[in-house]
Design a protein around this ligand. Structure first.
Ligand code: 3PG
Length: 209
């Protein structure tokens, strides 16, 4: 359920974002992240084979909360629901996608870049949103300012977040969590360097404490 996912994110506070097109590497990476303190992950739909990757990770990692990111269309949203993923995320919001997401019942976090996007999200009942890209429109000041007119909204900041910026971002009271790909970079995944990913994951989890 949405509330279960939000509570988990409120506890872990760091959501790794995985971009890879190889099923075995994706599974190994997700296991490594989970074993090192990051039990919820977002798998992006940015690669040609992403839907297969998503399905296989869901199947192989039943103890991990697996969501799908980069959802751009209602068709992708349907495919995500059928994959067994338990939540969806988008970099932005459109009326068509927001309506489809609200009707689908899938726990869903649309992306916003400012107040108008946020008003559209709220019209469709979404009060937990991704503020993207965080290093451009998702500063602590931005989250704080949006907290004025929208006191009940919680933000997941992603895009350009680092292990260094994480603790400061998480201090802002309406920031639920941060997300990012820094703990599972493409070069380490393609090198099968799980030890390095384990270390980055543990550091990221510690930064969320
Ligand atoms: C996202 O989907 O939110 C971003 O691609 C993650 O951004 P990062 O790669 O800068 O962490």
């Amino acid at each position: 359920s949405k509330s279960a996912i939000v509570s988990q994110l409120a506890q872990v506070r760091v959501l790794p974002i995985l971009v890879t097109d190889d099923v075995d590497q994706a599974i190994r990476c997700v296991q490594t992240l989970a074993e090192n303190g990051l039990p919820a992950v977002e798998i992006t739909l940015r690669t040609p084979n992403a839907m297969t990757v998503l399905r296989e990770v869901v199947r192989a990692c039943p103890d991990v909360t697996v969501g799908a990111g980069t959802i751009l269309t209602p068709a992708q949203l349907d495919a995500v629901r059928n994959s067994g993923a338990t939540f969806g995320i988008s970099p932005g919001i459109t009326p068509v996608l927001a309506k489809a997401a609200a009707e689908s019942g899938l726990p869903y976090f649309p992306g916003v870049g400012g107040a108008s996007d946020l008003m559209l999200a709220l019209e469709h009942g979404f009060d937990v949103v991704k503020l993207f890209p965080s290093d451009i429109v998702g500063s602590v000041k931005m989250a704080k300012a949006l907290g004025g007119p929208f006191p009940d909204v919680k933000f997941c900041l992603t895009g350009g977040v680092t292990v260094e910026s994480t603790p400061t971002l998480l201090q802002q009271s309406n920031v639920l969590c941060v997300g990012g790909s820094w703990m599972c970079p493409a070069n380490l995944i393609s090198a099968n360097d799980w030890a390095a990913i384990a270390q980055l994951a543990a550091q990221a989890a510690a930064a969320g404490k």
